[in-house]
Design a protein around this ligand. Structure first.
Ligand code: UGA
Length: 427
C-alpha cells in the first residue's frame, strides 16, 4: 500500500471530531473526512458553533476545514474513497480527556495500536503508525495484539477511577478524624511510586468513560468466571455513589436536617471543568437527591445549555408525576449571582475557574442567613478564611471546618438516596 492520502472517520462526536482535526493539522498532505448520520451535528461542525467545546479545538478546525478537513453526512462516498477508515480496522484506543483533548492528541503519553498477528494485521498496524509518526516519537507508539490493546484501555480507566475512589474513601475518614484530605493527598502523592495526579478528592467522578469502562471490566470478569475480580472493581463504582450520597446527606444535615422549600444554588453541571459534557455528571445525582428532598434548585453552568440540564434531570426521574414535581423545583440561572440570590446555600459541583473569582461579599449580602457554601471540588481552599470572615458557613470535601458535621453514617441511610440503577454494558 502506498502512502495514505485519505482518511475517513465514522462518528463526529467527542473523540472523532477532535482526533481528526488534529490529524488533519499534523498531516497536511492527507484529506480527512469525518462522517456522521446526524445531520445537525455535521452542520454544526461546518459552522462557527461547533457541537462540542474543547479548548483549542475551534482554532484547529478553522485552520483546516475546507482545506484537508471535511465534515459530511455522505458516509458511502467517504468510506469508498478512504485509505484508512477509523472504526474497528484495528484497535486504536484513545486516551483523550475532555477539556485537554487537543493537547492530549498533540502530545500523547502513548499511542496504542493493537492488531492481529496475520500479515494483513501487521500491515494495518504499520499503515496507522505511519500517520502518527508525523508528530509522535516512535518510542511512544506501542503496538500489541488486539486483546492487550483493548484491555489496556479498560484497565487504564479503571486504575484512574480507582485512584479517585481511593482518595474519596480517605476523604470520608478525614472528615471524621480532623485530617485534611488535600494534605494527605499531597503527602502520599510525593512518593514517586504513587504520583500526585488523580488524587483530587471530589464529589465523585463522572463522564462517559470511567463508569462504563469499569462496568465493562466487571462484566468481562463475571462472564469469564472471575467473580472475585469482578467484585473488586465493582467496589470502585459503589464508593463513587457513596461519595455522592454522602455529600448530599451533608448538605441536608447542615441545613438543619431539611432542605424542603429551601433555595439552593448549584454551581456547575458539567462532569468536569472546560467541557459542556454532562454525561454521568455527579451534579445530576446531587441535584436529584436534593430535588427528592424538596429543595428548589437554581443551577448555573457556563457551558451547559438549559435544555441539556432539564433533559438530564428528566431522565433521572422514575415516574411522570415525579418528573413534573421535580422539574417544577428547578430553575436555570443565566449567571452565578442570579443563582445565589436569596439562596440558603451554594453547592459547587464542577471546578470551573470562574467560581474562584466570584464576588463572594456581594453574594453573601444577597443570601439568606446563615449562608452556607458546600465546596464539592475543593476549589475555594484559599478563600476559606475570607469566606468565614464574611459570615459564610463553609463545608468542604475531606476536611472538617465548621461544626455542622454532626451527620453520621445513619443520617446518610435515613435519607432515601437511592442511586439510579446501574446498567451493565456489554462490549
Ligand atoms: C478519561 C481518561 O482520563 C482519559 O485518559 C480517557 O481517554 C477518557 O476517559 C476516555 O476513556 O475517553 P475524561 O472522562 O474526559 O477522561 O476525564 P477525566 O479527566 O479522567 O475526569 C473524569 C472524572 O474524574 C471527572 O468527573 C473529574 O472531575 C474526576 N476527577 C478527576 C476527580 O474527581 N479527581 C481527580 O483527581 C481527577
Amino acid at each position: 500500500m502506498g502512502p495514505v492520502k485519505r482518511i475517513c472517520c465514522i462518528g463526529a462526536g467527542y473523540v472523532g471530531g477532535p482526533t481528526c482535526s488534529v490529524i488533519a493539522q499534523m498531516c497536511p498532505e492527507i484529506a480527512v473526512t469525518v462522517v456522521d448520520v446526524n445531520e445537525e451535528r455535521i452542520q454544526a461542525w461546518n459552522s462557527d458553533q461547533l457541537p462540542i467545546f474543547e479548548p483549542g479545538l475551534q482554532e484547529v478546525v478553522e485552520a483546516q476545514r475546507g482545506i484537508n478537513l471535511f465534515f459530511s453526512t455522505d458516509i458511502d462516498k467517504a468510506v469508498r474513497e478512504a485509505d484508512i477508515i477509523f472504526i474497528s480496522v484495528l484497535s486504536n484506543p484513545e486516551f483523550l480527556a475532555e477539556g485537554t483533548a487537543i493537547s492530549d492528541l498533540k502530545n500523547p503519553d502513548r499511542v496504542l495500536i493493537g492488531g492481529d498477528e496475520t500479515p494483513e494485521g501487521q500491515r494495518a498496524i504499520e499503515t496507522l503508525s505511519s500517520i502518527y509518526v508525523h508528530w509522535v516519537p516512535k518510542t511512544r507508539i506501542i503496538t500489541t495484539n488486539t486483546w492487550s490493546s483493548e484491555l489496556s484501555k479498560l484497565a487504564a480507566n479503571a486504575f484512574l477511577a480507582q485512584r479517585i475512589s481511593s482518595i474519596n474513601s480517605i476523604s470520608a475518614l478525614c472528615e471524621v478524624t480532623g485530617a485534611d484530605v488535600e494534605e494527605v493527598a499531597h503527602a502520599i502523592g510525593t512518593d514517586q511510586r504513587i504520583g500526585n495526579r488523580f488524587l483530587k478528592a471530589s464529589v465523585g467522578f463522572g463522564g462517559s468513560c470511567f463508569q462504563k469502562d469499569v462496568l465493562n471490566l466487571v462484566y468481562l470478569c463475571e462472564a469469564l468466571n472471575l467473580p472475585e475480580v469482578a467484585r473488586y472493581w465493582q467496589q470502585v463504582i459503589e464508593l463513587n455513589e457513596y461519595q455522592r450520597r454522602r455529600f448530599a446527606a451533608r448538605i441536608v444535615s447542615c441545613l438543619f436536617n431539611t432542605v424542603t422549600d429551601k433555595k439552593i444554588a448549584l454551581l456547575g453541571f458539567a462532569f468536569k471543568k472546560d467541557t459542556g459534557d454532562t454525561r454521568e455528571s455527579s451534579s445530576i445525582h446531587i441535584s436529584k437527591y436534593l430535588m427528592d428532598e424538596g429543595a428548589h434548585l437554581y443551577i448555573y453552568d457556563p457551558k451547559v445549555k438549559k435544555e441539556q440540564i432539564m433533559q438530564d434531570l428528566a431522565h433521572s426521574t422514575a415516574s411522570p408525576e415525579d418528573l413534573e414535581r421535580g422539574l417544577s423545583l428547578v430553575s436555570i440561572a443565566s449567571d452565578p449571582y442570579e443563582a445565589c440570590d436569596n439562596a440558603h446555600a451554594i453547592v459547587i459541583c464542577t471546578e470551573w475557574d470562574i467560581f474562584k473569582e466570584l464576588d463572594y461579599e456581594r453574594i453573601y449580602k444577597a443570601m439568606l442567613k446563615p449562608a452556607f457554601i458546600f465546596d464539592g471540588r475543593r476549589i475555594l481552599d484559599n478563600l476559606h478564611g475570607r469566606l468565614q470572615q464574611l459570615g459564610f458557613q463553609v463545608e468542604t470535601i475531606g476536611k472538617r471546618i465548621s461544626q455542622c458535621l454532626s451527620f453520621t453514617a445513619s443520617t446518610i441511610s435515613q435519607l432515601d438516596l437511592q442511586a439510579p440503577p446501574l446498567k451493565k454494558i456489554k462490549i
